[in-house]
Design a protein around this ligand. Sequence first.
Ligand code: ATP
Length: 466
Amino acid sequence: MAERTHTDPEKMEKIVSLCKGKGFIFQSGELYGGLNGCWDYGPLGAELKRNLKEYWWRKNVQERDDIVGMDGSILTHQAVLTASGHVGGFSDPMCDCKVCKKRYRADQLEEVPLCEAKKQLPKGEDKRCELTEPKEFNLMFETKMGASADDDDPNAVAYLRPETAQTIFVQYKNVLDSSRLKIPFGIAQIGKAFRNEINPRNFTFRSREFEQMEIEYFCHPDDGMKLTDEWLEKRLNFYEEIGVPREKLHILDVPDGERAHYSKKTYDIEYEFPFGIQELEGVAYRTDYDLGKHQECSGKSLEYFNPETKERFIPHVVEPSAGCDRTVLAVICEAYDEEDLTKEGGKPDIRKVMRLKPCIAPIKAAVLPLLKNKPELVAKAKEVKALLQPHMNIFYDETAAIGRRYRRQDEVGTPFCIAIDFETLGEEGPNGEDLSDTVTVRHRDSMEQERIAISELLPWLLARMV
Ligand code: ATP
């Protein structure tokens, strides 16, 4: 499907630059010119991504009785991916420009692109690429196992998994037998997947190494369609909870002929990224295709037996499959804001703020002593930090003026700043009140401030982190 337009490249540039400057996301191997399609998460990005994964796991595994987790190996047996159809068929159509040698995904080209080589020519009317006929390019990364692996030994071939799903299907029976679950039930997994994308682009959106958050939900054949609709609704709610509002999401009911051949129904959940409306997650009804294939190719029964009805069948599967990196990117794009705080006649003042939901924000609160050269303030601030640190990610900062420190936290999405001032130490408040052992909590979004007793601070914060 061609990537649709409706873009804001300037906003995207600012986001990429903020991600690098603040330590969210760096290009992999940047020191050596960069490894195309691979990204490293820096200190804040790693926290954000972890928080997202933990939130997904909590909501989809720990808070449900019918879903269990697993963590499968990345290196995958050749037979698994032959059975699933990936070895023979997991490919995208690729074409090359005969002149500038650039490589394209044929199905994503809306028009013949401008040719890089011809751009340099002083004359020439047709400056477009000269494209070869599309040919299929397998997206899997192949490797060889074992020190003595003979180059010609076909049994030494293994693959980096192109999706987490297949490791779930091939362990379905072991999970079922060891967990006493009854259908309907699900197996969830978060983990790396690898695809040798022809044309990685749009920051982390299309990478060659990425993480998926997938659920394979096994059910009776009669329930597949209904459950697909139910999962769509649940997944839309999830995005709302992590700060991606419903009105920015689009549901594409993938038409016949465009779905994977095994799927009876697929919804793509798409988000309005600054580079266009693009897929975040697929909710696919995969029928009994995968388990059926693995039963056929392994020669081992993957049937489910219902002791109550005495029915025996291969379970059908509904799969909500989300991209972790794409979700992180969507959350960042949605949270990024610039607020004009310029006062009349004053010099321009643009506040950059990431309005991240507290549940996924990398830093939950910053502890800031008003001045760093007052040992009593610093000691009290460190006490507050020690009180909170075992429960959440806290940042301590004593450098620069307090206003600047607030702004730095706004830029990285810290929902609360806690200032320790002279009133905390016992000085009278502006109206003569006793404010000792209270702190000023400043809210990131409204910039409002309120006074909270140190003894109440931890429960106050915890209640706002869900
Ligand atoms: P696309 O059409 O964008 O290539 P897809 O339909 O092939 O994606 P699926 O196979 O359904 O993707 O994978 C499920 C999810 O995994 C996608 O919705 C996406 O969030 C994520 N994903 C797939 N490919 C990539 C990639 N190259 N980089 C980052 N995330 C990806």
